[in-house]
Each structure stands twice: as C-alpha cells, then as structure tokens.
Design a binder for this molecule. Structure first.
Ligand code: NI
Length: 251
C-alpha cells in the first residue's frame, strides 16, 4: 500500500480508469493538490466525492496573482472539512519566473500566514528560491513538505532542520539523477514522502510521457533500492510519515 502525496487529478479526463489502475497496484490514497483557484475548488470537490481522495488547497507561484482575499476567505469557510489536509502548492519559482518576484513573495507569505492561522501543514513548490524560502519560513510556525525537492545536497540539512519532510518524485528514477540519489541516501527514512506530481514528471520507464498515480510504484522501488530496504518496509514508513506530515490523514 502506498499513498500518492502529491497529484493533480484535475488534469485527467479518464480519471476513473487512472484511479483504478493505481488502486490495482496498491496505491490507495491520493492527495490532490490545487495550484490555482479552479484546481483548488476541483480538489475540494473530489475529496468530498471519493473516500480515498484528500485535498490540499492553494495557489502555485506561477499563478500568484490569484491569491485574493476572496480565495483566502473561501479556504477559511471550508477549512473544517477533515479531508482538507493542508495549504499548497505554494512557494517560489525563480527558475521559470512566470509571476513577478514581488507578487510571488507576497502570495507565499499570505498563504503561509493562513496556514499558520489554521494550523495546517504546507506543500511547498520551491525552484531556485531556497535561500529566500528559508528566510521566510523562519518567520512562521508551519510544517509540511518540500514537494519535489530540488535543493540538492546544499540545502538538505537546512530543510531537515526546519522539521520538514522531503518529497521525492519521478526524477529519482532518471539515469542522470546522481545528486538526487545522494540526497535520498542522506535523507532519514522518517522524513521521506512519495509523490508522483502526475500528470507531470513521469518516472522511468515512462519518462517524457503522461504520468499517473499507478507509476508511484517505480518511485517507491527506486527509493527502497537506494535505502536497501524492501517495499513493504518502505510502505509502512511512508504511510506513517504521511500521517505525521498531514495529521488529518490519520483521523
Ligand atoms: Ni505539483
């Protein structure tokens, strides 16, 4: 049994088949993450409709200008639903810079402060902005996960010292993933979360094609191999980690 802790189910027109294929290989929990207003509302509605789908609500740095009071108020209105596990994906993306930096920073802080107020964990999307992210995170009492961690060995200690979990995705299976494999090696087992980020970032042997939650198994196999443990043990540990990172998952 595995939980896909980061997936964008709004991107699948064949959702039922995709979910069934995943359940068929033992992926039986899905944390559907919003990235703008529309996808957040869709994640929320899926979490109501399906027992095994949970929601994380928030605005990605690419869409930072969508962080309005209206949106934040909507989250406050639905926050008591236990299927809402956290706020995300939020963060900084200085790699693609699709929103101006000042707007990204403002959107990030507004959503962090909401997470702190609601006592909900965050799912972070950080690309090339780790220094700024750490400086900002130190101002807030929040926990969560560095989704699709890309800070390399350089930022790993600091990410762990903030008590965050580290999310690993398809790239750990890529042939050129030498540094990321070293990151997995050095990341304590009790801080690892498994995610696909589907439909993006398909693992080998599907690299370059549409990703789906059933492929979480390839990521799990690679991490179990790097850590020298069997899949069953990795399953047990990562389910426990998911419940610690997202306490509402456990209830
Ligand atoms: Ni994502």
């Amino acid at each position: 049994m595995f939980i896909d802790t980061h997936i964008h189910l709004d991107e699948f027109k064949d959702l039922e088949e995709v979910l069934d294929r995943a359940r068929g290989v033992g992926v039986d929990g899905f944390i559907c993450v919003g990235y703008d207003v529309q996808s957040s509302k869709f994640s929320y509605s899926l979490s109501i409709q399906y027992n095994d789908i949970y929601a994380i609500l928030g605005i990605h740095p690419h869409s930072a200008s969508e962080v309005t009071n209206e949106f934040l108020n909507w989250i406050c209105n639905v926050k008591d639903n236990r299927k809402i596990l956290g706020i995300g994906e939020i963060g900084l993306d200085y790699y693609r810079n699709l929103s101006p930096k000042e707007i990204q920073l403002e959107a990030f802080e507004k959503q962090l402060s909401l997470a702190q107020e609601l006592k909900l964990p965050v799912s972070l999307h950080i690309r090339d902005g780790y220094k700024d992210a750490f400086n900002i995170l130190k101002k807030y009492k929040v926990n969560g996960v560095f989704h699709c961690y890309s800070g390399g060995l350089h930022f790993l200690e600091e990410a762990l010292s903030l008590d965050f979990f580290i999310g690993f995705d398809g790239p750990v299976t890529f042939h050129n993933a030498r540094e990321l494999i070293e990151v997995v090696r050095r990341c304590p087992l009790d801080r690892i979360l498994l995610e696909t980020d589907a439909p993006y970032l398909a693992p080998e042997p599907y690299r370059g094609r549409r990703n789906e939650p059933a492929y979480l198994i390839y990521i799990a196999e690679k991490i179990a191999e790097i850590k020298g443990i069997d899949l069953e043990e990795l399953s047990k540990i990562t389910i426990e980690n998911t419940k610690i990172c997202f306490p509402r998952y456990a209830t």
